[in-house]
Write a protein that binds this ligand. Structure first.
Ligand code: QAP
Ligand code: CO
Length: 173
């Protein structure tokens, strides 16, 4: 079991645009395994490679109750998104303690390679659809707080910087 360090907003590396994966090989499967370990350890429901400072198009998600249904999306592309949208509260492992409303399509279709390199198409709605859209934003260098007002975003930024300083102080104590 290997857990990776999750970048915290406002780290500028979170704004890197990820490149397509060129081969689903042993190195990539190791990355996927480490990302799943990291997501489960942090009690998250989704994690994009961008958040662990790997700038390739890889996402892991598990919205199941038992945390036993991992979904791995490599080079994901949204092939359809409903015009119907809804505002729902989101959080992010890179912005701990912050939750706010974001408008997303309620239903989507996504095409992606799985961890065996096989092309799959998934239909998603509800929390899964929201989570896929949230994680795909990360691959484009976008963090959910960027949908909020500049006032809210600046408050969050200040809070995160203060929290980081406190964490660093606690680490040497
Ligand atoms: C994205 O986020 C998401 O603040 C995944 O203290 C979230 O796994 C999509 C987490 C909600 C749709 C709805 C956040 C854990 C986990 C925190 C996460 C925290 C501990 C966030
Ligand atoms: Co996130």
């Amino acid at each position: 079991m290997t857990t990776l360090t999750i970048l915290r907003y406002p780290d500028p590396r979170l704004h890197t645009v990820a490149k397509p994966v060129v081969a689903v090989d042993a190195r990539l499967r190791q990355l996927v395994g480490d990302m799943l370990d990291t997501m489960y350890a942090a009690e998250g429901i989704g994690l994009a490679a961008t958040q662990v400072d790997v700038h390739e198009r890889v996402i892991v998600i598990d919205v199941s109750e038992g945390h036993d249904q991992p979904l791995v999306l490599i080079n994901p592309e949204i092939t359809w998104a409903s015009d119907e949208k809804r505002v729902g509260d989101e959080g992010c492992l890179s912005v701990p303690g912050i939750y706010d409303g974001v408008e997303r399509s309620t239903s989507i279709r996504v095409r992606a390679l799985d961890r065996d390199g096989k092309l799959q198409e998934h239909a998603a709605e509800g929390l899964l659809a929201v989570c896929i859209q949230h994680e795909m934003d990360h691959l484009m260098g976008k963090v959910f707080v960027e949908y909020l007002s500049p006032l809210k975003r600046n408050r969050i930024k200040t809070k995160m910087i203060k929290q980081k300083k406190e964490d660093e102080r606690d680490a040497v104590r």
